[in-house]
Design a protein around this ligand. Sequence first.
Ligand code: GLV
Ligand code: MN
Ligand code: MN
Length: 417
Amino acid sequence: MSTAASLASFDRMWADLGPVGRVASGGYRRFVWTREDAALREWFAGEAAARGLDLVEDRVGNQWAWWWDGPGTVDDAVRAGHTGVAIGSHLDSVPDGGAFDGPLGVVSSFAAVDALRASGVVPGRPIAVTHFIDEEGARFGIACAGSRVLTGALDADRARALTDGDGVTYADAFAAAGRDPQALGRDEETLARVGCFVELHVEQGRALVDLGAPVAVASDIWPHGRWRFDFPGEANHAGTTRLEDRKDAMLGYADLVLAARAGAAERGCVATVGKVAVTPGGINAIPSHVTGWLDTRGTDEGQVRALVDDLETRVQQHGATVTRESWTPTTRFDTDLADRLRRVLGSTDELSVPVLGTGAGHDAGILSGAGIPTAMLFVRNPTGISHNPVEHAETQDCHAGVEALAACLTDLVADQP
Ligand code: GLV
Ligand code: MN
Ligand code: MN
């Protein structure tokens, strides 16, 4: 296969994935342990098999496609000090998400393997293409659940007990997909194999458009978290209940939404309430319960925490309870690795290969938090929009991403860890 053929292989894989989980909005609904997820897993397994890669599923269900032609097994190589270089991302989506957030990294990783093989590279360390499950947490609420359980950042008991909107537990969904819920937990064997991780991802803002560059290297991820706010009320008739007699759970929720927005503006953060569940959910019934999920992020960890503290205090007047569902502190990616990637990419200044921070969360952040040297590459998104079907990357930029990832990978496997 020539290098050009590896770009054609990218195009072919991209076209193959296109219909999976696509909905009428033009976006995607690819949620963990569903039929669509099974199709994505099968696609991943097929691509691994087509390349003769050794497919391993870890205790959590993350997929790893290993390439190691050296002496012995991957574990032999690791024992000899040659830990693996993992590249990849996720395949799931937010509700009505775009095509690129996640899949671009996985497809680019397979194409990068093709490019190395086309160039006759003989890796001195094992390489894995990785598919992390449930990065968006769209079904069970916890973002990066696959990498969090893998690293122990999310406790297995807590993961098993998570429920989706239909009341199905994570444990039951995992079992229905043919896996053993008791196996969930930090996976030392898998982690021991990973010497470093590089995640390529579509950019989720406009920085690269404005800078006129196709690819960037990441510096950091903002601290971010998710909180669940439960507001109590009392169901009653919308026509016959006097305003002064009502216990309307919606009012506290409305107060939260507006206070979150105002507080975020004051503290230089961002805050989003993108999901709400209203009980009983009748147009003519006063809500007896409202649950709203708050997502808050910012450059300054102290300000993010203070914003949530303010909101917790404020909603006490509505009798609300607040539960932190996830928290990821600031991620600072490995600067040696980032500098190395920029050198490989021929960075001569801040503009040719920019260094960007991001407010988006990634499995790379979780692995970095677990002490694994980790880096990210971002590919230009001309719309600057993400978690929306209009999220986009031009084919030429996707190819530039594959070439950048292949160049980085070639460098990383050329020497010993
Ligand atoms: C994932 O895309 C996140 O940042 O929530
Ligand atoms: Mn996302
Ligand atoms: Mn993503």
